[in-house]
Design a protein around this ligand. Structure first.
Ligand SMILES: Nc1ncnc2c1ncn2[C@@H]1O[C@H](COP(=O)(O)OP(=O)(O)OP(=O)(O)O)[C@@H](O)[C@H]1O
Length: 259
C-alpha cells in the first residue's frame, strides 16, 4: 500500500549569508504519522520546520504540502493553506498581554461569522483538549508553569482544526513526568483528530513513546529515515552514538519498564 505524503520536501537549500544549513534535502511526512526529526544542535531542525511553514525562505527546492508547492503561494491562497496546519513553538510563543483564552482566540478571529460567544467557546474547548484546567483560561502566560505554557501554545496551534501539527521541542524543559504526559497527549490528539505530526525533538523518550518514524538531520540533509528499530542498525557515527549512547539505553529500559 502506498502511503500518502502530506508534506514532500525536495532539493531544499537553506542558507544564511555564506552559511549553508541545508543542501539538497529531501523529506516526506506521511498522513497520520508522527515523524520525529532529530539531529545535533545547529543541524537545522528548526530552520526546516520554519521553512515548511513559510517563516524561512528557501534558496532552492520545492516544499509541497497536500501536493501544492507552498513556496510559490501568496496572498489569500497562502493564508487559506496556512489554516491547514498548526505550529507549537518551543516557548509557546504566546502574547504576554493576553490571557490563555485570548491567545487561542487570536487565530479564530480570521474565521468569518463567529460570534464572540462562539469564539470564546471554541477557544475554551481547545484549552481543554490541550489538557489544561478551566481555571487556566483567564490566566496570563506569566502566571503559568513552563508545562502549562506549552499546553497553551498547543491549544492555540489546534485552534483552526489543523490537519498537520508542527511541534518544536515540545518536551524541552519539562520534568520527566510532565514530559511523559505530554508524549501521551500528542499520541491521543493524533489518534482523535487524525493529525499528521512533524515533531522536532532531542528527547529519546519522546521518540520511543510517540514516533512512528524518525528522520535524522546531519551533513546538511536528511541522512536517514526509518523506525526506531531501523535507526538502531544505522552505521553512521552520530546516529550510532545517539541511538546507542547511555541516554539511549536509559530511554529503552524506561520504555520496557513502562510496558
Ligand atoms: N535567522 C537566522 N539567521 C542566521 N542564521 C540562522 C538563522 N536561523 C538559524 N540560523 C542558523 O542556522 C543553523 C541551524 O539552526 P536551527 O535553529 O535550525 O538548529 P537546530 O537543529 O534546531 O538546533 P537546536 O537543536 O540547538 O535547537 C544554526 O547555525 C543557526 O545559527
Amino acid at each position: 500500500m502506498t502511503r500518502e505524503a502530506v508534506i514532500e520536501v525536495r532539493g531544499l537549500r537553506s542558507q544564511f549569508g555564506d552559511h549553508v544549513v541545508h543542501d539538497d534535502l529531501d523529506l516526506d511526512l506521511y498522513r497520520g504519522e508522527i515523524l520525529g526529526v532529530v539531529g545535533g544542535s545547529g543541524t537545522g531542525k528548526s530552520v526546516l520546520l520554519r521553512s515548511i511553514v513559510g517563516l524561512n525562505k528557501p534558496r532552492a527546492g520545492e516544499i509541497r504540502v497536500f501536493g501544492k508547492d507552498v513556496t510559490r503561494l501568496t496572498g489569500a491562497t497562502r493564508e487559506a493553506f496556512e489554516r491547514r496546519w498548526g505550529v507549537m513553538f518551543q516557548d509557546g510563543a504566546l502574547f504576554s498581554s493576553l490571557s490563555v483564552r485570548e491567545n487561542v482566540e487570536v487565530p479564530l478571529r480570521a474565521v468569518p461569522g463567529l460570534s464572540d460567544t462562539d469564539r470564546r467557546g471554541l477557544a475554551e474547548l481547545k484549552v481543554a483538549m490541550a489538557g489544561l484546567p478551566v481555571s487556566a483560561n483567564d490566566k496570563f502566560p506569566s502566571e503559568l508553569s513552563g508545562g502549562m505554557r506549552k499546553r497553551a501554545g498547543l491549544a492555540r496551534s489546534l485552534a483552526l482544526d489543523p490537519e498537520i501539527l508542527f511541534l518544536d521541542e515540545p518536551t524541552a524543559g519539562l520534568d520527566p513526568i510532565g514530559a511523559a504526559a505530554f508524549d501521551r497527549l500528542i499520541v491521543e490528539l493524533r489518534d482523535a483528530l487524525n493529525l499528521s505530526v512533524f515533531l522536532v525533538t532531542h528527547d529519546l523518550d519522546t521518540l520511543h513513546a510517540c514516533c512512528d518514524r524518525v528522520a535524522v538531520l546531519a551533513e546538511q540533509r536528511v541522512l536517514t529515515t526509518g523506525t526506531m528499530e531501523e535507526m538502531m542498525q544505522v552505521d553512521h557515527p552520530w546516529v550510532h552514538e545517539y541511538f546507542h549512547g547511555p541516554r539511549a539505553r536509559a530511554a529503552i529500559s524506561g520504555t520496557a519498564e513502562s510496558r
